[in-house]
Design a protein around this ligand. Structure first.
Ligand SMILES: C[S@@+](CC[C@H](N)C(=O)[O-])C[C@H]1O[C@@H](n2cnc3c(N)ncnc32)[C@H](O)[C@@H]1O
Length: 170
């Protein structure tokens, strides 16, 4: 009996995980993690900016959020998939970082004005919508870092490792 309960629970978790993976495909991007090199480049870039307050849009498993937190940077991970949000909250509680906030929700419904650096790894289809939001809400001098996919109208001020695009909001 106990085995049946275990396997059924596992199946339910798998099904829900798959459901949320497909759901996020319709939202902005399904889960696909940045590689270690890009995570390192993001930390190297952000650490040069004093008073950085970072938001990661679609934080996934939190690899970027916690790499930044470890470097002492104030960071908010926004993630719509409740499995990942729960995972990041557990990780945050265990690690004891006081500079991390995990926000479960749709970043398109949140105001990005308070952040001066935003990090995103999404899909090409949503980059136009993201561009409008970023340029409407973020203050002059803020920075957007996007992995792999570029904005539609603005040109990056810098490209790191041919993959990480830096936009300075003017
Ligand atoms: C391509 S993955 C990138 C994960 C992580 N940022 C990284 O670079 O390793 C995109 C993430 O965005 C999340 N996501 C998609 N649409 C979202 C939305 N509208 N609001 C918040 N998170 C979203 C997905 O659940 C997924 O974890």
């Amino acid at each position: 009996m106990i085995y049946a309960v275990f396997w059924i629970s596992l199946l339910i978790v798998y099904v829900l995980f798959f459901f949320f993976w497909v759901y996020t495909l319709t939202k902005a991007a399904p889960y696909y993690p940045s590689n270690n090199e890009i995570v390192g480049e993001i930390v190297k870039f952000v650490i040069k900016h004093p008073y950085a307050h970072v938001a990661e849009l679609g934080a996934g498993d939190g690899r970027i959020v916690f790499a930044l937190a470890k470097a002492g940077i104030k960071v908010t991970g926004i993630e719509v998939n409740p499995f990942f949000s729960l995972w990041m909250r557990l990780r945050s509680a265990i690690s004891g970082y006081t500079n991390v906030v995990i926000n479960n929700g749709d970043f398109f419904k949140q105001d990005l004005n308070k952040y001066n650096i935003v990090v995103a790894y999404l899909l090409p289809d949503v980059m136009g919508k993201l561009e409008t939001k970023i340029y409407q809400e973020m203050r002059k001098g803020s920075i957007l870092l996007t992995n792999t996919f570029t904005l539609k109208k603005h040109k990056p001020s810098k490209i790191i490792k041919k993959k990480l695009y830096v936009y300075e909001i003017s």
